[in-house]
Ligand binder design. Structure first.
Ligand code: ADP
Ligand code: MG
Length: 327
């Protein structure tokens, strides 16, 4: 039967691709933040790639080329941080309309370079082509970590506590403010900056990797609701989240109060925070030196059909972002 992607959804399509291609022994392929390849040296190479499309991921009239360059590098490097890896190189592919100015490309590269230099990641190649209309950016990122030590989405264990490395919802609040044309006071400005200039949690990811009790990890790109679901699916677990424990920044709370928005909805369903979401044993959690917030725990059973029990929620909680499904 013919089915459109709007019904199948982004993750249905990825499942279709995954079924079509096998994964060689000893390799982790589709399904985590990065692929993991064993090296002769006894270390693991991590690889990930992510695309940003004008009109879908950004609006050219709103984002500066500097911020777009920064964000393109940041969101990719974040997938290496998500596994606890060390980023080693990026490759940048650009499809640009011929009308793009050299001033634009210079600013784009300045932002890309600034974020990359911050984490010492060189740009080693890519591809360049003309686009008829929209800007399309693809980045591939390489990283590494000791053999078998990358943290997967599938490692969560019953009794683990669920943690995040920073506040949630700021980026989604910033996007909402941009789209609604909200006046840019310092709070709104802060949220917009989080949206345009996310900082991948690279040292935090590497530090967390050193703690053996950290069992599962990923970065939050689609939103807590959707991304936690990936950990639960991969680990065969359920979860209880204490909605009142979700870390919300003061800026987000103030902007939400003045605009009549729900900060919890932004924290749960809004994406692009690029904080790390991880699970660890309670004994490990109390010893962690990386700043973090405990937001819930892993269980082997949930009430009802849903895998996540949102405790203390004032209203029903919806799913995160899917590129093909309409909300
Ligand atoms: P992330 O949000 O961490 O970038 P995604 O949700 O985009 O991860 O992707 C989930 C998994 O599916 C990843 O392992 C990714 O490599 C894989 N994937 C996504 N799109 C494709 C594709 N077109 N072909 C092969 N694998 C894909
Ligand atoms: Mg990711």
């Amino acid at each position: 039967m013919e089915q459109h992607l709007s019904q199948l959804g982004e993750f249905g399509l990825i499942a279709q691709i995954r079924e079509r291609f096998g994964t060689p022994d000893g390799v982790t392929g589709i399904g985590d933040d990065c692929a993991i390849l064993p090296q002769q040296s006894g270390r693991n190479t991590l690889v990930s790639t992510d695309m940003l499309i004008e009109g879908t991921h950004f609006l050219r009239r709103d984002i500066s080329p500097y911020d777009l360059g920064w964000k393109s590098a940041a969101v990719n490097i974040s997938d290496i941080a998500a596994m606890g890896g060390h980023p080693t190189a990026t490759f940048l592919s650009l499809a640009l309309p011929a009308t793009t100015t050299t001033e634009w490309t210079e600013e784009f590269l300045r932002g890309y370079a600034e974020l990359s230099e911050r984490f010492g990641v060189p740009l080693l190649g890519g591809d360049t082509t003309a686009s008829p209309d929209r800007i399309c950016i693809n980045v591939a990122v390489l990283g590494e970590c000791p053999y078998g030590r990358a943290r997967l989405r599938s490692g969560a264990l019953k009794g683990d506590v669920i943690c995040v490395t920073g506040s949630l919802g700021d980026s989604a609040g910033g996007l909402k403010a941009i789209l609604a044309g909200v006046k840019r006071d310092p709070d709104v400005q802060r949220l917009i900056e989080k949206h345009y200039r996310p900082i991948p949690r690279v040292p935090e990811g590497e530090e967390l990797r050193l703690n053996l009790g950290v069992n599962a990890m990923m970065d939050i790109s689609d939103g807590l609701g959707s991304d936690l679901q990936h950990i639960l699916d991969a680990s065969g677990m359920h979860a209880e989240i204490d909605v009142t424990a979700l870390p919300l920044s003061l800026a987000l709370k103030r902007v939400c109060t003045s605009q009549g928005w729900d900060p919890v909805e932004l924290a749960v369903s809004g994406g692009e925070d690029y904080e790390l979401l991880f699970t660890c044993t309670p004994q490990t959690e109390v010893l962690l030196s990386v700043p973090h917030f405990v937001i819930g725990k892993i269980t082997d059973r949930a009430r009802g059909d849903a895998k996540i029990n949102w405790r203390g929620a004032q209203r029903p909680i919806g799913p995160g972002f899917d590129h093909f499904k309409k909300k």
